[in-house]
Design a protein around this ligand. Sequence first.
Ligand code: PMV
Length: 349
Amino acid sequence: MTRLNEVSASVSWKSPSNLAIVKYWGKQGNQEPLNPSISFSLEKSFTQTTITAKPSEDGGFTFLLDGQKKENFNSKIEQFLNKVRPFFPFLKNHHLVIESHNSFPHSSGIASSASAMSALAHCLVSLHQLSLGKNFNEIDKIMVSGVARLGSGSACRSVYGGWSLWGKTPAIANSSNMYAIALDNNIHPVFHSLKDTILLVDPTPKKVSSSRGHQLMENHPYRQARIKQANENTEKLLHILASGDIHSFLNLAENETLSLHGLMMSSTPSYTLLHPNTINLITLIQEKRGKEGWPVGFSLDAGPNIHLLYPASHQQPIVEWINKDLRPYCHQGNMIHDSLGQGPELIKI
Ligand code: PMV
């Protein structure tokens, strides 16, 4: 490919969304987390972004979502680009045309900032490589993760496939608050083939953003207890992922989820993002697990939609049960049968 600077160049990356099992909630300093978090990348929920950099002194950008100009995203992208300008000198003399597409409907209630910011960070680092006359596909994932973090904290974990960890923990020597690392070693096979059926309970936009939720941790009465709990759950989850103990995994996932939503309810001002059908579904899931002994449990992001977690070995009876008993609680019966995925991909254009 031609060296950037003289001519236009385009790169395209597809990046997954991720689901945190130990949740990041609350920030410090420059977009550093209050506590470590662990997540896995999804397979089917992703953003594909193409950036065309055209030589121009304006240093600006145009953003298109599914081929349409979307001006309401401009201020978030502009803030992000301003933060990362010092790392990417080529931004000064190029105009970027940023074209994005989400695999899931924008109104589905699935948070797209992790996949979107990760895809954007991959494209910027590839274009940076080109501007230095280097190979655009040999990118430093630590750099991509650090850049993605400045767009959205959880995005820094979306730069890998499988499991990843963000935030300093004494349990992992090279862990950092600045970027996520891949947890390649010590993952039991049961957790390599995890299923995640996303039950879309309510597609309406969130009443309170995650940015506001992070802010409310600043003076939260349970702040110190939360930091302690998340650090302990990080260490526990690392052991569970190595051992393959699926029941302890599901208990920990539910404990983290209900703690996250408990923190929202006990913030000042207090709020909840739970929908009546979120509670109906949680009740059905816990009842089923109690009755059948099935390895099935739930997690939630900062929203009302349920991520139903179970191992591939139990897929058939669980999917039958979902269709019969759980689908009626989903908005227009909508759900996404997702699973743990292999991570970002450079797309040939
Ligand atoms: O990355 P943000 O600022 O959108 O925050 C995401 C927070 C949670 O999704 C609730 C938890 C997490 O670790 O992903």
